[in-house]
Ligand binder design. Structure first.
Ligand code: ADP
Length: 161
């Protein structure tokens, strides 16, 4: 069974991510959650915080580990000896950029396959950016993120509900 890598920003980890992680962890022998650092992107949480939050959330899955990477995903895949990328798909709006990324990664590293897991309906509208926006505006986030992530958001935004 191949090793799979689930890359993303995880800024922060949400229940939508965890749903994908739980389902992917039952499909692959080993799943590496890869927290990405892109110099062109601005993050709410720095890399160390994003990794810690993901690690804490993934502790209950024995075959899931969390790592971080900067630079090209295909180089990280080579480093891990992995040829499978896992991504989540929500609405059609995710599709275009995901297709582009999957095809590009296959050109950069032939043999790489991207496996898409459809979101569970309850997480269809959930994204890290929505969570960040709600937190910034002082709204409740406990239905979207695990308690340890909520605590980090509360520390960052003291006016949070
Ligand atoms: P990126 O910046 O790479 O999109 P994210 O952390 O936003 O990083 O997302 C990582 C992956 O998780 C993506 O494949 C995204 O589609 C998926 N994902 C995020 N939220 C959900 C959700 N609610 N349901 C299903 N997949 C999701």
């Amino acid at each position: 069974m191949p090793v799979a890598v689930y890359p993303g920003s995880f800024d922060p980890t949400t229940y939508g991510h965890l749903d994908i992680i739980e389902r992917a962890s039952s499909l692959f022998e080993r799943l590496i959650v890869a927290v990405g650092g892109n110099p062109a992107k601005e993050y709410l949480f720095d890399m160390a915080d994003r990794v810690e939050m993901a690690e804490q959330a993934c502790r209950r899955f024995p075959n899931v580990e969390v790592d971080s990477f900067t630079g090209l995903l295909v180089n990280f895949l080579a480093h891990c000896g992995a040829n499978v990328v896992v991504r989540g798909l929500r609405a059609v709006s995710d599709f275009e950029s995901e297709l582009q990324m999957a095809l590009t990664n296959r050109i950069l590293r032939p043999g790489v396959e991207t496996v898409f897991l459809m979101t569970s309906p309850e997480f269809l509208y959930l994204s890290s950016s929505t969570v960040r926006e709600i937190a910034l505006l002082g709204g409740p986030v406990h239905t979207f993120v695990p308690p340890h992530v909520e605590a980090r958001l509360k520390a960052r935004f003291p006016s949070l509900d």
